[in-house]
Design a protein around this ligand. Structure first.
Ligand SMILES: NC(=O)c1ccc[n+]([C@@H]2O[C@H](COP(=O)([O-])OP(=O)(O)OC[C@H]3O[C@@H](n4cnc5c(N)ncnc54)[C@H](O)[C@@H]3O)[C@@H](O)[C@H]2O)c1
Ligand SMILES: O=P(O)(O)OC[C@H](O)CO
Length: 333
């Protein structure tokens, strides 16, 4: 099978390695021709996934048509802010037999739409085979072929199982889940909690505090997802709790690291302008905050982080406000 990967950052590169390892013809699209040539000749993506040797069955190209033509599966792995414009470029190249899988984690900033909704708007007249892939997946570890799992949810179970078979390897176990909304929103909202987890680490608030943040964070993620049509059970699975743990605990997480830098006194503007890597939680917090407000959902951690990131509230004041909230029943959604 031919698998095209759109986005040659760390996750796109790691997924391209997996697609090749699973026995497929793997085509990685690079926006810049010099990057495509560098990756092909050095067999390494030094900028985004240093130290991972690219397999010989992985081809890089800056020619979008060459990558997309006759693809059975197309993985979309750009940062969420570029997904719509990328899908618009793909519309004339994708055919009815192409399965399009969104692997980015986020929701559209301007509209609050899920990326699979955006994909349906942009490609729905061309293909109905749309899917989401999400889970506890640090590119650095998957690139090194450490054992990992992920979840795929699609418009039909048959489509999800098709992707499952195409991408699974002896060390990469792909599960399917019927809840597209939950898989997608869990992957988006865990980045918000990961930013907060980095602040907790940076302020040395301790393990009790961090585990409280993760637990109450999962509660808040679930509340948001269920209000938007997700299934509660999804949040106890790999795309929910699994990814929350991976992102909040890992030294690889860019979201967690950004939170830690904030606690160390760097500004969010500085952090965003001094990294070539995407910090999705920064965008997600604003959009999720606005959607939650419109739906009158009480999202205290998201709201606190929104104040810290967008209105320069001091993290210690946000913490005091969270701890001083009215006392309540733990399970009340
Ligand atoms: N890195 C991971 O471990 C990981 C794992 C799972 C999901 N994701 C998700 O995958 C998505 C991509 O993240 P990443 O980590 O691969 O990216 P990255 O941070 O490693 O790299 C940034 C990417 O943005 C691309 N880019 C920059 N400007 C662009 C533009 N104008 N148009 C299109 N692309 C542009 C760059 O080419 C590069 O591919 C994100 O939504 C992220 O949350 C990442
Ligand atoms: O490095 P982060 O924080 O973008 O997280 C990467 C993945 O989403 C972890 O599953």
């Amino acid at each position: 099978m031919k698998i095209g990967i759109i986005g040659s950052g760390s996750w796109g590169t790691a997924l391209a390695c997996k697609a090749a390892q699973a026995g497929n013809e793997s085509w990685l699209y690079c926006r810049r021709e010099e990057q495509a040539i560098a990756l092909q000749t050095t067999k390494e993506n030094k900028e985004y996934l240093k130290g991972v040797i690219l397999p010989d069955t992985l081809t890089t190209s800056s020619n979008l048509k060459q990558v997309v033509q006759d693809c059975n599966i197309l993985l979309i792995v750009t940062p969420s802010i570029y997904v719509r414009s990328m899908l618009q470029q793909l519309r004339s190249l994708v055919s009815a037999h192409t399965t399009v899988v969104i692997c980015s984690k986020g929701i559209e900033r301007e509209t609050g739409k899920r990326l699979s909704e955006v994909a349906n708007e942009e490609l729905g007249t061309v293909t109905s085979r749309l899917a989401i892939l999400s889970g506890p997946n640090h590119a650095e570890e998957i690139g090194r072929d450490l054992p990992a799992t992920t979840v795929v949810a699609a418009t039909t179970k048959e489509t999800a199982e098709f992707i499952q078979k195409a991408l699974s390897t002896y060390n990469f176990r792909v599960y399917v889940n019927e809840d597209m909304i939950g898989v997608e929103l869990a992957g988006t909202t865990k980045n918000i909690i990961a930013l907060a987890a980095g602040i907790v680490d940076g302020m040395a608030l301790g393990d009790n505090c961090k585990s409280a943040l993760l637990t109450r964070g999962l509660h808040e993620m679930t509340k948001f997802g269920v209000a938007l049509g997700a299934r509660r059970e999804t949040y106890a699975g790999l795309a929910g709790m699994g990814d929350l743990i991976a992102t909040c605990m890992s030294p690889h997480s860019r979201n967690r690291a950004a939170g830690q830098k904030l606690a160390d006194g760097e500004t969010m503007d500085y952090i965003m302008n001094h990294s070539n890597m995407v910090v999705e939680g920064f965008f997600a917090v604003k959009t999720v905050y606005e959607v939650a407000k419109a739906k009158q959902l009480d999202m205290p951690i998201t709201s606190a982080l929104y104040e810290v990131l967008y209105h320069q509230k001091a993290p210690k004041d946000a913490l005091m406000d969270l701890m001083g909230r009215h006392l309540k029943d733990e399970m009340f959604l």
